[in-house]
Design a protein around this ligand. Structure first.
Ligand SMILES: [Zn+2]
Length: 185
């Protein structure tokens, strides 16, 4: 898979915020932290399969890819759905990848996210020792790959290589759709 292919996987996850997600097995629900969260908004309206869209969650998606090219972590922004300030796409994907590898060190891994990371997620990317970061659209209000500041140029103990914007227009499309829908309400 190419860098664009991985980013499109992240875009699909961002779109789940708008459209709802596919059916997940109980094990996947545990991994996604959705198990036991009997908040109706987390489940499809008919209760049968899939997950409902969360109309208040800004659509951002993220995947973490291992050095052999396998996607080992997936995340989408679920801050409103989970009522958790830290439930950003990157943190969710990093948590899943750490669980998959049984380690907090994601050395050699690449992270693809549809929106320029905020300070919390940039910090999580550094702490997880992510080797390469690919971001989609720029974020002028909180972006830490140069928009507000460039956290990755600071003298921390780890420096991921940063690439972006990648597929900026495709990454911005779900965000544009989201904010257009908000204005209609
Ligand atoms: Zn973030």
């Amino acid at each position: 898979m190419t860098h664009e292919d991985y980013m499109r996987q992240a875009i699909d996850l961002a779109r789940e915020c708008l459209t709802g997600g596919p059916h997940r097995s109980p094990a996947e629900r545990v991994r996604w932290g959705e198990e036991g969260q009997r908040n109706e908004r987390a489940f499809a309206a008919d209760g049968s399969e899939g997950y409902a869209a969360c109309p208040n969650d800004v659509p951002v998606g993220c995947v973490v890819v291992s050095p052999d090219g396998t996607i080992i972590g997936r995340g989408r922004n679920r801050r409103e759905q989970a009522n958790r300030a830290t439930a950003h796409a990157e943190v969710e994907a990093i948590n899943e990848a750490c669980a998959a590898l049984g380690s907090w060190r994601l050395e050699g891994c690449a992270l693809y996210v549809t929106l320029e990371p905020c300070p919390m997620c940039a910090g999580a990317i550094i702490n997880a020792r992510i080797a390469e970061l690919y971001f989609g659209a720029r974020e002028g209000k909180s972006g830490c790959c140069g928009s507000i500041l460039n956290l990755f140029c600071e003298p921390f103990n780890h420096h991921p290589r940063v690439y972006g914007p990648l597929l900026e227009e495709e990454c911005r499309a779900p965000l544009t759709e989201f904010f257009q829908n908000l204005r209609k309400i």
